[in-house]
Design a binder for this molecule. Sequence first.
Ligand code: ATP
Length: 333
Amino acid sequence: MTIAAEFIGVSQVFGDFTAVDAIDLSITEGKLTTLLGPSGCGKTTSLRMLAGYSTPTSGTIKIAGVDSTRTPPEKRGLGMVFQSYALFPHLTVAENVAYGLKLRRVPAAERQKTVMETLDLVGLAHLAASKPKKLSGGQQQRVALARAIAIKPTLLLLDEPLSNLDARLRVQMRAEIRRIQAETGLTVVLVTHDQDEALEMSDDMVLMRAGRIMQQGSPQDVFRSPANRFVADFLGYENFVHTAAGDLLAVRPEHLEVTAASTGGSDGLRLEGRIADVAFRGVDLLVTVDAIDASGARVRLISDVRSTGSDILAVGDDVTVSAAAGRLVPLAG
Ligand code: ATP
């Protein structure tokens, strides 16, 4: 695996606030890496340093093995797409896509060929002569993508590129960006706060919190084996219980069963509790149960159960909450 870009002990401090705190991070060539985390965790600040729009307070950023910490953005050979597409309204779609090539003094004939190939790739060749304001949000997004890709960037940086699209289109564009990435072999770094987007799109997922990296790995690995409580929480593990020995276990709501008192059970987790709330959600029910875990601590558990056959569950019922041993995920802290 070749490393396309690298952060080595990189920090960004604004006044007395540390937005990015001595991160080490490798971006693999030809892969899609996402920076994921809650608002304010330092994703955009990290991307801006990679793009050259801001200089780290300390540390080194390497691109293709070369120290680029102080290289200006236009010399980094990067393509970038922002949440606001930032298209030039007075230029046609084709002229927008040609923009970076013109700046690089690519001859007209070659420019024309690249523009049409790139518009083909994003499925917009038929709109080459249109002005951006005639296009839908999704089409504008594709133009922005085409403009960034046309220059054959060493890295394609995407900052929340889908957040202005409606829910359906957003899901379609996830697959579309994946397809384009696979066809071009581009190295992509994507910033998002949406865990579903990150899980679906990433080869490599980097979870950040308060300027630090909490975990990096494939979506499968991070989802199945979250490193700590923050990562588990962020990825939808709702239930945290201690064992008698004081170790911490996480369980997903869909893996927690709720049955009438003293029935059911398993060789994994088994706690007695009382139903505090039942929320009807169509195909499933969210059942909240108050219980005492094996360490003696009060815990609030949430189980996501199929609504068919579970209609007997009511607030105040005494129940058994259980999960199979294989569903219990040990956490470091
Ligand atoms: P979001 O999704 O909300 O953009 P993020 O993870 O991308 O979140 P950043 O934009 O990197 O977060 O910001 C991290 C922190 O740094 C935030 O608390 C932000 O207010 C602060 N910050 C960012 N830029 C500056 C700046 N130029 N001056 C002062 N503080 C800043």
